[in-house]
Ligand binder design. Structure first.
Ligand code: ATP
Ligand code: MG
Length: 409
């Protein structure tokens, strides 16, 4: 049997990028031979194994044929007579379809190296269209390598458009889609992921609520970029620049969905968009089965981001309600993430990226003030049950009044 490094490891070495996980392909071997060498099978009917020591993935060279919708609709054919070239042709992009032996000899039948140099994300063959996940993968690679100047080849974008129009994207499972979305959002330029999806029409299928924001104007005085879609991309860009976690990035993407529902007569104002957007945020959350912390933060940021921006003007009682809604006493980290998302929203405006955001420290100070209220003295005074709750609230309100009175204006 011959063993080659494939995919990301070869690509990233040629790009001079750090290689983290290595995928291997094994040519000329049978399942029995792999098992005899101590490899552990990954799935029952999938010719992929884990190395007994390194735990890295070794896949038998295989061909595949589509016989139904979605990813379940593939028939794999793995046998010792499948060649390296036959295995490589089923891969998504030319830059991912190169292999390398232990002497670093490159096998590159589909000109991945040429496309690396031309900075092009190009599909290997028309079979690209057989797995709709590849639309998301290409958009993710575009986000990852935008910094190096990579773009999607026009003919690949065209194929992505056709794939989208065929309705195949709807066959993707939430789990597969979310994995790509989450990885793409964590890239350095996640806004490129959304842009590419939009260019091929996939955004309209996957997240029509986000797609609908393009072309919706906002008041120029607050939003020099005007367009709500453009604003959303900038907020995401800021979130990546500021190294925000996935929860915050997800919330940034969804925070303004309500603006897509505003009747045109009301443009460029968006009255109560925060509240109106909640059902849309919930729908997107559930469509992709986003993790609970992402879902929660997106809903809270959607509902309260304007409160964040107005923090310095809020009455102490409104501040208290805000802090209670976040359960800041038990979930201080979630409130920090809310503050971060609000700040990214404020910075995601054309020409205002560097403007300071005093609301952030003000909100932190308010949280500290409310949290500093001690329960013990109230217990000692004999408060119990609901009365105790009211008494704590009363003390927190006092603390916030004092905080606001002392804050520099
Ligand atoms: P990463 O750095 O994100 O791991 P990668 O290219 O190694 O990038 P993997 O998901 O680890 O990506 O997949 C390894 C290789 O398998 C890819 O380079 C590609 O050749 C192939 N591959 C993975 N998923 C698909 C797919 N859905 N369709 C076609 N080829 C795929
Ligand atoms: Mg990999």
């Amino acid at each position: 049997m011959q063993i080659y490094k494939v995919g990301g490891a070869v690509r990233d070495r040629l790009l001079g990028k750090p290689v983290t996980d290595i995928d291997w392909v094994v040519v000329g071997a049978t399942t029995e031979e792999m098992l005899a060498k101590g490899f552990r099978p990954v799935g029952a009917d999938f010719p992929v194994f884990l190395h007994p020591k390194s735990g890295e993935e070794y896949a038998l060279a295989r061909t595949e044929r589509k016989n139904g919708r979605g990813y379940g609709g593939f028939i794999f054919h793995a046998s010792p007579d499948v060649t390296l070239e036959e295995d490589l042709i089923r891969r998504d992009l030319t830059i991912n379809a190169m292999a390398e032996d232990d002497q670093q000899n490159l096998t590159d039948p589909y000109h991945g190296q040429r496309d690396l140099e031309a900075r092009l994300l190009r599909h290997v063959s028309p079979a690209f269209a057989e797995d709709p996940l590849r639309v998301l993968r290409v958009a993710r690679f575009a986000a990852r390598y935008a910094e190096l100047g990579f773009t999607v080849a026009p003919e690949t974008l065209e194929l992505m458009r056709q794939l989208t129009e065929s309705g195949e994207l709807e066959a993707l499972t939430p789990e597969r889609s979310w994995k790509e979305i989450a990885r793409a959002l964590m890239e350095d330029q996640p806004q490129v992921f959304i842009k590419v999806l939009r260019e091929c029409g996939a955004l309209k299928v996957l997240m029509p609520e986000v797609d609908a924001l393009f072309g919706v104007p906002q008041p120029e005085a607050h939003h020099p970029e005007i367009d709500t879609g453009v604003h959303t991309l900038s907020v995401l860009e800021q979130a990546a620049l500021h190294k925000q976690p996935l929860t915050v990035r997800w919330a940034c993407l969804l925070h303004d969905l309500g603006k897509g529902l505003t009747p045109e007569e009301e443009w460029p104002r968006h009255i109560a968009h925060e509240h109106k957007g909640l059902k849309l945020i919930k729908a997107v959350n559930e469509r992709f089965k986003a993790p609970k912390d992402c879902q929660e933060l997106a809903l809270l940021v959607g509902e309260y981001h304007t409160h964040g921006h107005r923090a310095l003007e809020l009455k102490p009682s409104t501040l208290l309600e805000l802090l209670q809604s976040f359960d800041v006493y038990r979930r201080p980290q979630r409130f920090e993430e809310f503050i971060a998302a609000c700040e990214m929203d404020a910075r995601g405006r054309k020409g205002l990226e560097q403007r300071s955001y005093p609301q952030a420290d003000y909100l932190r100070g308010a949280a500290t003030a409310a949290r500093s209220v001690a329960v013990q003295p109230l217990l000692e005074k004999g408060f119990k049950g609901p009365e105790l709750g009211e008494a704590i609230k009363g003390e927190r309100l006092k603390a916030l009044k004092a905080y606001k009175a002392a804050a520099p204006t």
